[in-house]
Design a protein around this ligand. Structure first.
Ligand code: DQA
Length: 146
């Protein structure tokens, strides 16, 4: 089973970025955390992070025929990007949305999620553990279809 983990803008700044909201763990720490979860679960994982919307669209398109599932934190593009939503629809790869913070309890402008409309599940407010939950859910979903 192959899972692609996509992170959007400013996720590479974890650790430095608003630690009161996103915690003190770095992006590299997030990668090794997810890598160790996937290793344990027998999942082949790859990672992509970009601050550019079109690069994320390209990455999703390239996943077609290559990846079984996608874990995506589109970051700020969650709330603006129809292009990322359309790319996820185009490839039809089961995707799970993750947000480190609890976006539901934040500003009004964060209350819309475009990508979330096509994702089979969303985890938010769990910190790095949201990625673990997403991987575990996706494994079960891909194996059993639920
Ligand atoms: C985020 C929440 C978004 O609203 C924000 O723009 C981010 C990170 C999260 O992981 O909590 O960059 O997706």
């Amino acid at each position: 089973m192959k899972i692609l983990v996509i992170n959007g803008p400013n996720i590479n700044m974890l650790g430095l970025r608003e630690p009161g909201i996103y915690g003190s763990g770095t992006y590299e720490a997030l990668l090794s955390f997810v890598r160790s979860v996937c290793e344990k679960e027998g999942i082949e994982v790859s990672f992509f992070q970009s601050n550019h919307e079109g690069d994320i669209v390209d990455c999703i398109q390239k996943a077609y025929g290559e990846q079984d599932g996608i874990v995506i934190n589109p970051a700020a593009y969650t709330h603006t990007s129809i292009a990322i939503l359309d790319a996820l629809k185009a490839v039809s790869i089961p995707a799970v949305e993750v947000h480190i913070s609890d976006v539901k309890s934040r500003e009004d402008f964060r209350q819309v999620s475009y990508a979330g409309r096509v994702c089979v599940r969303t985890y938010m407010g769990l910190g790095f553990d949201g990625y673990k939950e997403a991987v575990l859910f996706l494994k079960q979903y891909l194996n059993n279809g639920v």
